[in-house]
Design a binder for this molecule. Structure first.
Ligand SMILES: NC(=O)C1=CN([C@@H]2O[C@H](COP(=O)(O)OP(=O)(O)OC[C@H]3O[C@@H](n4cnc5c(N)ncnc54)[C@H](OP(=O)(O)O)[C@@H]3O)[C@@H](O)[C@H]2O)C=CC1
Ligand SMILES: O=C(O)[C@H](O)COP(=O)(O)O
Length: 486
């Protein structure tokens, strides 16, 4: 096992890269090599994209119900393989066992839902007649349908290597596209195992491929490849660089966030505190939708901070295998980055509600109170179990801080006054506002989008299917106007 290098997937087969090189997947808990995957070469990427192009042609002619049938089959197989895939997630990205199993099951449900939604959505189009536009007779009948784009490139991030892969794969396939997956290095083996489930379902050769290798080495080659017709990416700033380099193809980008949680004086503080702890510290804060900043009205700040601290004390800290709440963050560089934000806040006078504690990649949950705008943590996302609290004098101050961020993913507001909640929601420059609950992407059919540096386009099952298609019109031109009543 130790020396095994997991093969990449192309043409319906598992292959060893001719590069002779491999990439290590480091276990975040042990900080030792857990797995190795192939470092695919540019020549192999070329071949994969060419076979994806060929496979797309046949797949686009496959009846929609048959595409859906295969996706349903893959969903069942995925559920049956939940345990080994979850085991990989535990070892590769230190996701707690329970959450890892949930990720796989959620992914299988996403695939089934996508098959059903695709059958309905793609099975109908529009019909327009020309005389509704000034100056036209009823001589043109226009009907539209949704056609596939071709080859979709999917690049998910480490924190949901399975779910954020299938959330791109399933809509691409139901819409008649072929799919090339470049999984994150941390999480690559879980992704390969997930691809194996699609292989077992019996999709045509070449329709799905999975090329492994460091994003920094093959990423640019993939994203600027002329054979790619669409990119669906989830991750960090890399997405901004990709969107500057990619050609004239549709892009779906889900990037970082600095999701703020605004607490008004009339909020249910118990609900707010439990949402802050769940939202801020699940999977050790490594979610784009994690609560990354608390903006609390001064009059209730002491009470809220006390409640949050009481809940933080109860979180378990340790290995993912033991299903601890807080597990090691994904890499050493990530831990160092988080630590730098914490040290900056210490130097600038933030109040540490807990002692800062780190052992390797394991960082204990930390609430930083009295954070000010000159601290890095007020603006940057730690992607770790550290949460800043800024005490605000007015709602306007909170909204101003939220809108001054370069991010605009999600946010939330806690108040019993729905009218004020709506006004605040409208004023926040973000893709989604949650009222009286923490930010979240799911359920997976909800639209999910970021403004500003948080993204391009919108995800969610329906939006992804639409994004991975193009509208095609056919116009019937009649020699004379035709009316239904003779
Ligand atoms: N909005 C959202 O939905 C989400 C946003 N994020 C954001 O992502 C960040 C953390 O995730 P992380 O995985 O580290 O993000 P990265 O942007 O570093 O990586 C995301 C993916 O891009 C790949 N990649 C790296 N370099 C390139 C390149 N030049 N061209 C193409 N692909 C490349 C990575 O591969 P490799 O692993 O081999 O480097 C990985 O598969 C956080 O900032 C977080 O906010 C994370 C999850 C969801
Ligand atoms: O990448 C992320 O962090 C996810 O898109 C967030 O998903 P969740 O809100 O369902 O955890």
């Amino acid at each position: 096992m130790e020396n095994e290098v997991f093969k990449y997937y192309t043409e319906g087969e598992w292959k060893v890269s001719s590069s002779g090189n491999s990439v290590q997947v480091i276990n975040p808990s042990t900080r030792k090599t857990q797995y190795k995957v192939q470092a695919c070469s540019k020549e192999e990427v070329n071949k994969v994209i060419e076979s994806a192009r060929m496979a797309h042609k046949a797949w686009a002619k496959t009846p929609l119900w048959k595409r859906a049938e295969l996706l349903h089959k893959a969903a069942v197989i995925l559920k049956n393989h939940k345990k080994p895939i979850a085991d990989c997630l535990v070892k590769e990205i230190a996701k707690p066992t329970k959450d890892a199993l949930t990720e796989v099951l959620r992914s299988a449900d996403l695939v089934s839902y996508c098959a059903e939604e695709g059958v309905r959505l793609l099975g109908k189009g529009d019909f327009l007649v020309s005389d509704s536009f000034p100056g036209n007779d009823r001589t043109k009948y226009c009907f539209t349908s949704k056609i596939p784009l071709g080859v979709v490139l999917a690049i998910p991030p480490f924190n949901y290597p399975v779910n954020l892969a299938v959330s791109k794969i399933a809509p691409a396939l139901i819409a008649g596209n072929s799919l090339v997956l470049k999984p994150p290095t941390q999480g690559a083996v879980a992704a390969l195992h997930m691809v194996h489930c699609f292989h077992l379902a019996g999709f045509p050769k070449g329709l799905i491929s999975c090329v492994t290798g460091k994003g920094s080495e093959i990423g640019d080659f993939l994203t600027t490849h002329p054979g790619i017709n669409c990119i669906s990416f989830t991750g960090g700033d890399t997405g901004i660089a990709i969107s500057k380099k990619a050609g004239m193809i549709p892009l779906q980008m889900e990037l970082g966030g600095k999701d703020a949680c605004i607490i008004l004086e009339d909020a249910d503080l118990d609900l707010a505190a439990s949402s802050i702890v769940k939202g801020g510290f699940s999977y050790s804060g490594q979610r784009c939708t994690a609560v990354k900043l608390v903006l609390v009205i001064e009059s209730v700040a002491d009470a809220l901070v006390k409640k949050v601290n009481e809940k933080l004390q109860k979180l378990t800290v340790g290995p993912p295998e033991d299903d601890c709440d807080i597990t090691p963050v994904v890499t050493e560089s990530s831990s160092n980055f988080i630590e730098a934000l914490v040290m900056d806040a210490r130097q600038k006078g933030a109040t540490f509600c807990q002692e800062y504690r780190r052992d390797g990649n394991l960082i204990w949950p930390l609430l930083l109170d009295n954070v000010r705008s000159d601290m890095r943590i007020a603006w940057e996302e730690p992607f770790g179990p550290v949460l800043p609290v800024i005490r605000i004098k007015s709602i306007e101050e909170g909204i101003r801080h939220c809108n001054a961020s370069n991010f605009g993913l999600q946010g939330c507001v806690f108040t019993k006054d729905i009218n004020r909640a709506i006004l605040i929601s409208d004023a926040m420059e973000i893709g989604t506002v949650q009222i009286n609950s923490a930010p979240a992407r799911g359920p997976d059919h909800f639209p999910f989008q970021g403004l500003k540096d948080s993204g391009i386009g919108s995800q969610g099952i329906t939006n992804s299917i639409n994004m991975m298609t193009k509208v095609k019109s056919t116009v019937i031109n009649l020699p004379t106007p035709s009316f239904s009543m003779g």
